[in-house]
Design a protein around this ligand. Structure first.
Ligand code: SAM
Ligand code: TMP
Ligand code: ZN
Length: 415
């Protein structure tokens, strides 16, 4: 099954400003990155064309084709945020920071967009602070509720945000992690924030940073769910259209390199020096210039050739090659590079909702992470490279036993 949206409304038009979007990278026919499947469903997969472009009007980098949101975010959505210890600590610290700043007032109210299994709101809830998580994926939303967290199993947008304002009053903080870049209807999100945020409140979100993606050639950050690839410059313009100033930015090491952006109502807070500094650095690097993005696209082709060359050579030598982490990102790698079970026999992953299924498009079997140490392969491709420290520390025995990791970010190498 293939999406029919190629010539649909919005193609080639910026979802933020309506300007012309020029494509700079085509990653081909791709499945939904989190649609793990049973073998019997292999002929019923949904595919779309994964291509990315840049708006000539506002510089926003975005997908050329939009996947309907209900196809991605539904009851069976298999990504559980609490699966990483590093991320659990990251979000506990983030929540604690808000509790000590924006939420340190009587009757404070915090809203999270995309609260998933409650990895962040748990700390807010445990502190007895009023909160609401928006989470359209029913399965993970239920897990959050089981932790005592208030969840609305719905998409955040203008309408649902305005309803929340009427029911609960203004929010002092609206937070989102790895979610705003998933939402093509950014206009509706900003209007929703406008409806819900207190006059002196902040809208804070963190997402993969285009600067890190280009620097590391981490093209696997491009998949159905990641619609936007933000810069401080493109977001400052976007926020300005809806009455918000970008008042702070902070680089984060998580998920391969992110930026946390803080918005406040126009004129409500003075921007920190970091905002101007990051935008100046982006301009000095020509980060979102067409030539830079074309150079990135060229390097993506080189990484593919190197990775396929390495894996083909190892197969010829009769080596056993598996992978670690059935990430959404790896759907782009395997499907763009044409890597299937003949080159990578299985993927080990700790997520029960993925185990026993096949990876989207490439159809590599997913097995429980415990199986890794039960019979080490000769080589393991680290699909979850963004969790490298955590995984390599836990699986130290693999290298001691003679195993080697294969990495492909920022380039292909064996360690
Ligand atoms: N915040 C968590 C984290 O950083 O690990 C979850 C990130 S997960 C990659 C993205 C989440 O956003 C999914 O749980 C998805 O269901 C949710 N989501 C997608 N569109 C949304 C929307 N319009 N409003 C609220 N949540 C949304
Ligand atoms: P992510 O890169 O989107 O966060 O996905 C990470 C995937 O890797 C997810 O399916 C869980 C899995 N994983 C493990 O199997 N073991 C681990 O130690 C970690 C951190 C993640
Ligand atoms: Zn634009």
């Amino acid at each position: 099954m293939t999406s029919g949206a190629e010539s649909g409304p919005g193609t080639g038009r910026c979802r933020v400003c309506g300007g012309a979007v020029a494509e700079f990278l085509d990653l081909g026919r791709q499945p939904l990155s989190d649609a793990f499947l049973h073998g019997a469903d292999a002929d019923r997969e949904f595919f779309f064309r994964l291509a990315v472009g840049r708006c000539s009007g506002c510089t926003m980098v975005q997908l050329m084709e939009e996947v309907p949101r209900e196809r991605m975010f539904h009851f069976g959505y298999p990504y559980y945020s609490s699966g990483s210890e590093v991320m659990r600590k990251h979000f506990a610290a983030t929540a604690q920071y808000f509790l000590e700043t924006e939420l340190a007032r009587p009757d404070a109210f915090a809203v999270e967009i995309g609260c998933n299994d409650g990895v962040l709101l748990r700390t807010v809830s445990d502190a007895g602070v009023r909160h609401l998580g928006f989470e359209p994926s029913g399965g993970v939303a239920e897990v959050a509720r089981g932790k005592g967290i208030e969840v609305r199993a719905d998409f955040f947008e203008e309408r649902t945000a305005a309803e929340t304002r009427r029911e609960h009053g203004p929010a002092n903080v609206i937070f989102a992690a790895n979610t705003i870049c998933h939402i093509p209807y950014l206009d509706s999100v900003f209007r929703g924030v406008d409806a819900l945020l207190a006059d002196d409140g902040v809208f804070v979100f963190e997402d993969p940073y285009l600067g890190d993606i280009v620097r590391k050639t981490s093209f696997d950050q491009i998949y159905d769910e990641h619609f936007y690839f933000f810069t401080a410059d493109s977001l400052r313009r976007a926020g300005g259209r809806f009455g918000f100033d970008l008042v702070d930015v902070r680089r984060l090491p998580v998920h391969g390199g992110e930026v946390r952006y803080t918005f406040a109502r126009t004129g409500a807070r003075p921007p920190a020096a970091a905002v101007g500094e990051l935008i100046a650095a982006e301009r000095a690097q020509a980060l979102a210039d067409p030539a830079t993005l074309r150079g990135f696209a060229d390097r993506v082709g080189e990484v593919r050739d190197d990775l396929v060359g390495l894996l083909t050579g190892l197969r010829r030598q009769g080596k056993r090659v598996a992978a670690y982490g059935a990430t959404a990102k790896s759907a782009t790698v395997t499907n763009f590079c044409g890597i299937g079970p003949e080159l990578i026999s299985r993927v080990y992953d700790s997520t029960p909702a993925k185990q026993g299924l096949l990876t989207p498009g490439a159809h590599i079997p997913v097995e429980p992470a415990e199986g890794f140490s039960a019979g080490y392969p000769d080589y393991a491709v680290l699909f979850a490279w963004n969790h490298a420290d955590e995984i390599m520390a836990r699986e130290q025995e693999f290298r001691r036993a003679g195993g080697r990791w294969i990495l492909y970010v920022p380039d292909v190498r064996v360690v």
